[in-house]
Design a protein around this ligand. Structure first.
Ligand code: NAD
Ligand code: MLT
Length: 527
C-alpha cells in the first residue's frame, strides 16, 4: 500500500481521486507545524502540498520512503528541489490550471482599484456616505501595459481588450509574430513605462524580473499611473512603490503578492491608495479543483505505474534508460540554461546536433531536457519536463534535431545552436568521466567549462593585462573566483573568459568590468 499525505488544503475532488485509486491510502493533515511534519513524514510515499508546507532539506532527510512531492499549483519556492533531486524524489507541479482565475483576479483588482471599491465598502460599513471622495476613472481607451505575456498575462490582455482598453505587452521571449497571432501588440518595457495608464506584471520572479519595477522604472512612468501585481512579490520593489505612492507619482497599487508572505509591510498596505488580497490570485473553486485533480492524477499515476507527468526535476522515461542517459539529460539542460542566459532577443530556432555513442539511445528526452533548460531562465517553474516542447511550440521556437556520424573528440557530444532575431550562438558539451558535464565549445572558442553555480562570461580582445584587471576588480569587491577558463581565437584576436564566482557579482561591479580596456561584453549567468 502506498501512503499519501496531503498537508495543505486540497479540493475534495483531488482527495477523492486518491481514495478511489487501488493501492493508495491517503491521510489529510493540514496546518501541521514543521515538527509535526518531521515526526510523520517517514511513513509516506507521497506528499501533496500547496504553498503552506515547507519541504526543506531537513524534511527530505527524514522522509526515508518519500518518492514524490506534488504541488497543487505552480509555485515551488517552498520546496528544496535540489535536495529532493539528490534523493531521487520527483517534484511535480500543475502550471496552467489556475491561469484563468488569476487573470480574472488581476482584472478585478484593476477595476476595484480605479473605482475605489474596497475603500468605498469600508467607508459605508463605517456608516459614511462619501460620494464625491471616491470618483474614479473609466478604463475604456486607457492603455494597459502587460509585462509577461504567458498563460496569465495573455488572459489579462485578452480580457482588457474586451473592456476596450488599448493593450500593449512586453515579453522579450515572445516573437512579434506569435503575439500578433493572438491579437496583441508588443512594445518595449520603456514604452510601457512611458505610455501606460495601468501596468500589470505577469512574469515569474527571476534574477531579471526581481525589482523590474523600481524607482528608475517609476521615474519613467506617467504621473497617476496604476500598478497591479498578481504574479510574484518582489517584481515590484515594495520600498520604491511606497515612495512612488506617497509622492503621488503612482495613483494606486493593487497587490496580491508580497516580498514576504504573509506580509509585514503594514506601511505599504496601510496606504489609502493601496488595495490588497492575501495571495488570492488562484483562489476560486474552479482553479482549486483543476489543480487538485491534476496533482492527484499525476501523483497517483507515479505511485501506481511509475509514469512521470508534470515533473520539474525528472523527464518521462523508464528507470532503466534513465540511468544511462541521465548525465546527458543534465548536460543538455545545462547547455540550454547557459545559452538562454547568454543570448539576447526572443529565441526563434534551436538546432541540436547529437554525435557519438548517445545515438544508440532515443535522444528525444534529451532534447526535452534541453528545452526545459532553455526555457527555465525565462519561465522558472512554469516549465517542466512535460510541457517544455508545448511551451516552446507556443512561443514559436522551431526545434531542429540532427544526428551526426562525424567522429568528434568526445565519446558523445551535444552541440546546440540558438538563433534569435539578433544573433546566433553555439555551445557544445560532453560528459567527462562517468557523469561530469562540461561545455567544450562556445561559438568559435574551445573551452572546458564546468557549468555550475554563478558564472561570468566575458568577451575581450586578447591584450596583456585584461585578465589581471578582471581579477583586480573582482578581488577589490570581495568576489572570490572559484574557476577560471580562458580561450582565444589567435594572438591579439577575440578572446573569451568564463569564470565561476562564489557570490553574486553586483551590477556596479559588472559595470566596472564592462568599462575595462579591451573588454567587449560581460554577462552574468546562474546555472
Ligand atoms: P508563464 O510561464 O506562462 O508566463 C510568464 C511569462 O513571463 C512568459 O511569457 C515569459 O516569457 C515572460 N517573462 C519572463 N521573463 C520576463 C521578463 N524579464 N520580462 C518580461 N516578460 C518575461 O507563467 P504564468 O502561468 O502566466 O504565471 C505568471 C506569474 O503569475 C508567475 O509568477 C506565477 O507564479 C504567478 N501566478 C500567481 C498566482 C497567484 O495566486 N497570484 C497564480 C498563478 C500564477
Ligand atoms: C501558484 O503558485 O500556483 C499560485 O501562486 C497560487 C498558489 O499559491 O496556490
Amino acid at each position: 500500500m502506498k501512503k499519501v499525505l496531503i498537508s495543505d488544503n486540497l479540493s475534495e475532488e483531488g482527495v477523492e481521486i486518491f481514495k478511489k485509486t487501488p493501492g493508495i491510502e491517503v491521510d489529510v493533515r493540514t496546518k501541521m507545524t514543521a515538527d509535526e511534519l518531521k515526526a510523520v513524514i517517514k511513513d509516506y510515499d507521497a506528499l501533496v502540498i500547496r504553498s503552506a508546507t515547507k519541504v526543506t532539506q531537513e524534511i527530505i532527510d527524514l522522509a526515508g520512503r518519500l518518492k514524490v512531492v506534488g504541488r497543487a499549483g505552480i509555485g515551488l519556492d517552498n520546496v528544496d528541489i535540489p535536495a529532493a533531486s539528490r534523493r531521487g524524489i520527483v517534484v511535480m507541479n500543475t502550471p496552467g490550471g489556475n491561469a484563468v482565475t488569476t487573470g480574472e483576479h488581476a482584472i478585478s483588482m484593476m477595476l476595484s482599484l480605479v473605482r475605489f471599491i474596497p475603500q468605498a465598502t469600508a467607508s459605508m460599513k463605517a456608516g459614511k456616505w462619501e460620494k464625491s471622495k471616491f470618483t474614479g476613472h473609466e478604463l475604456m481607451n486607457k492603455t494597459l501595459g502587460v509585462i509577461g505575456l504567458g498563460r496569465v498575462g495573455s488572459i489579462v490582455a485578452d480580457r482588457a481588450l474586451g473592456l476596450k482598453m488599448k493593450v500593449i505587452a512586453y515579453d522579450p521571449f515572445i516573437s512579434p509574430e506569435t503575439a500578433e497571432k493572438s491579437g496583441f501588440t508588443l512594445a518595449s518595457v520603456d514604452e510601457i513605462f512611458q505610455t501606460a495608464d495601468f501596468i500589470t506584471v505577469h512574469t515569474p520572479l527571476t534574477k531579471e524580473t526581481r525589482g523590474l519595477i523600481n524607482a528608475a522604472a517609476f521615474a519613467k512612468m506617467k504621473k497617476g499611473v496604476y500598478v497591479i501585481n498578481c504574479a510574484r512579490g518582489g517584481i515590484i520593489d515594495e520600498k520604491d512603490l511606497y515612495d512612488a505612492l506617497v509622492s503621488g507619482k503612482v495613483a494606486g497599487a493593487a497587490l496580491d503578492v508580497f516580498m514576504e508572505e504573509p506580509t509585514k509591510n503594514m506601511d505599504l498596505i496601510g496606504l489609502d491608495n493601496v488595495i490588497c488580497t492575501p495571495h488570492l490570485g488562484a483562489s476560486t473553486d474552479e482553479a482549486q479543483i483543476n489543480v487538485a485533480v491534476a496533482v492527484a492524477e499525476q501523483v497517483s499515476a507515479y505511485l501506481t505505474t511509475g509514469e512521470i507527468k508534470g515533473a520539474v526535476n525528472f523527464p518521462s522515461v523508464s528507470a532503466e534508460i534513465l540511468s544511462v542517459i541521465r548525465p546527458y539529460l543534465t548536460l543538455a539542460e545545462k547547455l540550454g540554461k547557459f545559452e538562454a542566459q547568454l543570448v539576447s532577443g526572443g529565441i526563434e530556432e534551436l538546432t541540436v546536433e547529437y554525435s557519438g555513442e548517445i545515438l544508440n539511445y532515443n535522444v528525444a528526452p534529451i532534447t526535452i531536457s534541453l528545452l526545459k533548460g532553455l526555457l527555465t531562465p525565462i519561465l522558472n517553474e512554469g516549465v517542466n519536463y512535460i510541457n517544455a516542447p508545448f511551451v516552446a511550440k507556443e512561443r514559436g521556437i522551431r526545434v531542429i534535431e540532427t544526428k551526426s556520424s562525424e567522429v568528434k573528440d568526445y565519446t558523445s557530444m551535444i552541440s546546440v545552436t540558438v538563433k534569435t532575431a539578433k544573433e546566433t550562438i553555439l555551445a557544445a558539451g560532453a560528459i567527462f568521466g562517468r557523469q561530469e558535464p562540461r561545455i567544450v565549445r562556445i561559438n568559435k572558442f574551445t573551452v572546458e567549462v564546468i557549468p555550475e553555480g554563478r558564472m561570468l562570461v566575458l568577451y575581450n580582445t586578447d591584450k596583456p593585462g585584461v585578465v589581471g584587471n578582471i581579477g583586480t576588480i573582482l578581488g577589490q569587491n570581495a568576489v572570490n573566483i572559484a574557476r577560471f577558463h580562458l580561450s582565444r581565437e589567435q594572438v591579439d584576436g577575440q578572446a573569451m573568459v568564463v569564470l565561476g564566482t562564489d557570490s553574486v557579482v553586483s551590477p556596479d561591479v559588472i559595470d566596472k568590468l564592462r568599462k575595462l580596456p579591451h573588454v567587449i561584453s560581460v554577462t552574468e549567468l546562474e546555472m
